[in-house]
Design a protein around this ligand. Structure first.
Ligand SMILES: CC(C)(COP(=O)(O)OP(=O)(O)OC[C@H]1O[C@@H](n2cnc3c(N)ncnc32)[C@H](O)[C@@H]1OP(=O)(O)O)[C@@H](O)C(=O)NCCC(=O)NCCS
Length: 181
C-alpha cells in the first residue's frame, strides 16, 4: 500500500490509487493520454497537444480538476473537469476521461467520475457535461449507469474507420441528483 496524505486520496484499494494530479504527474498523464489516442477510436485528437510545461500549468489551475489513477508508479487513468471560464458558463464543467487499455471495465472510470462529481458539487458547479462518439457504446453505458443522460447529438460529425459517427452530448445535473456515493 502506497502511503499518501489522507486528503490527497480520492479512492484506494491497495493496487489502485485515485488522487488529484500533481505537476510531477505531467509526463505520466501525457503518456496515458497518448496511449489512448493511439487507439484512434475513442478521442477526437490523435496527438496530445499539451507540452509537459503546459500540462503542469493546467494541473495547477484552481478552477479545473485533474484526477489520475495510479497503478504502481504508472498512471493508467486521467480525468479532467474544466469549469466554464465565463460568468455565463461558470456553473458548467466539461468532463474528459481516458483509461489505459488493459485497465478498463474494472470500475476505475466510474470511481473517477464519481469523485469528479463530488468535487464539482463542492465547487458549486451545477452541470457536468461531456461529448462521446455514438460508436463508444461502453462509455455511453458507463455514463448512463452513473446518472448521465443524453441531451442530443450532432449527426455524422466524425468519420472513424470509414464509418460516420455522431457526436453525443451527455450531462449530469448535480442539483437533480442525490448526493453521489
Ligand atoms: C469509457 C471509460 C472511461 C469507462 O471506464 P471503465 O473503468 O472502463 O468503466 P467501468 O469499469 O467503470 O464500467 C462501468 C460500466 O461501463 C460499461 N462498460 C465499460 N467498459 C466495458 C466493456 N469493455 N465491455 C462492456 N461494458 C463496459 C459497463 O456497463 C460497466 O458496468 P458493469 O461493470 O456493471 O458491467 C473507459 O473504458 C475508457 O477510458 N475507455 C477508452 C477511452 C474512452 O472511451 N474515453 C471516453 C471518451 S468520451
Amino acid at each position: 500500500m502506497l502511503w499518501r496524505r489522507e486528503e490527497e486520496v480520492e479512492y484506494s484499494d491497495g493496487d489502485y490509487l485515485i488522487r488529484k494530479a500533481k505537476p510531477s504527474d505531467a509526463k505520466g498523464i501525457i503518456d496515458c493520454m497518448q496511449g489512448v489516442m493511439d487507439e484512434k477510436i475513442y478521442l477526437v485528437s490523435e496527438y496530445y497537444l499539451l507540452t509537459e510545461k503546459a500540462q503542469q500549468d493546467h494541473i495547477r489551475s484552481p478552477d479545473d480538476l485533474t484526477l489520475v489513477c495510479e497503478h504502481g508508479k504508472r498512471i493508467v487513468g486521467v480525468l479532467t473537469l474544466q469549469r466554464g471560464i465565463f460568468k455565463k458558463n461558470r456553473h458548467v464543467g466539461t468532463l474528459g476521461i481516458a483509461i489505459t487499455k488493459g485497465y478498463r471495465h474494472m470500475g476505475l472510470g466510474t470511481r473517477m467520475i464519481k469523485s469528479a462529481i463530488k468535487w464539482a458539487r463542492e465547487q458549486g458547479i451545477e452541470k457536468v457535461c461531456l461529448e462521446v462518439f455514438s460508436s463508444n457504446l461502453n462509455a455511453i453505458e458507463a455514463y448512463k449507469k452513473i446518472g448521465f443522460t443524453v441531451e442530443g447529438s450532432k449527426s455524422r460529425q466524425f468519420i472513424i474507420e470509414g464509418e460516420y459517427v455522431d457526436d453525443v452530448f451527455m450531462s449530469y445535473f448535480i442539483d437533480d441528483e442525490e448526493e453521489i456515493t
